[in-house]
Design a protein around this ligand. Sequence first.
Ligand code: LER
Ligand code: MN
Length: 278
Amino acid sequence: MGKVKIAASVTPNRTKFGPLLYPGELPRAVRELSEFGYDGIELSLRTAEDTDLADLARQLESAGMELLSIATGQSCIEDGYSLFNEDRESRAASVRRIRDFIDIVGPQGNAVILGGIRGSLTAPAGTRERERQYADGCAAVDECLEYAQKRGAILLLEAINRYETNLFNTVGSCCEFAAERNSPHLRVLADSFHMNIEEVSMEGAIEAAGPLTGVIHCADSNRLAPGMGHTDFARLLEGCETLSGLLYLGVEVLPLPDSRTCADQAITTLKRILEQER
Ligand code: LER
Ligand code: MN
């Protein structure tokens, strides 16, 4: 594969979800990220109406950047919608949101992330209700996948740590789910912040996922920009250029001390590592 792309997670919204750069300042995000050499953005949205997407496309084009994916967790955080919700209407609303996002990125073959929008299993463990809830959730994900296949988008199932959800905590569990579907439209998102909590070996998890690895979210151990904590990114990203399914490396970090400092620090760290690998 060619050069590995680098994207930053941004949002037009002032959302409760913390690890996003330039919240509420999209035009500034595009300007500054292109100045630092980012290839694109991962756009975190609550709904498809959150921002003027035609205007954003124009800004990105003139900055030489791409909309590489849409992140979807705000539907759960802000509205309480989730794909594995026991409530049928909540599941249906989640699927509608995902379909809207697929319509935006599908024509370019780009991605929609299934992260926090999965929700959690809430029915008591070991009961028929719990089994039913899991099956209904899987059916909702499959509905999204079927639509992604039709429209050309890629779905990314993200491994998220146990303190946020009880579903798909490890990269391996996401791979298992994806392997059962065996679709080129479903890949796995490996986030270093979550892997640091859940995996025996972070680089081992990525190596085992191999071509199923669609995106790696790069946040340091403290969820700050790579280089601001103690995660060994050189080790984590060794060989990432050979991952045939890798769409980009994502910078999904807390904007501390501020977005500009993080954006600069993250890409400087990641580019230094990628260049050393060549
Ligand atoms: C989203 O990419 C993420 O990493 C999660 O923390 C969302 O719950
Ligand atoms: Mn993430």
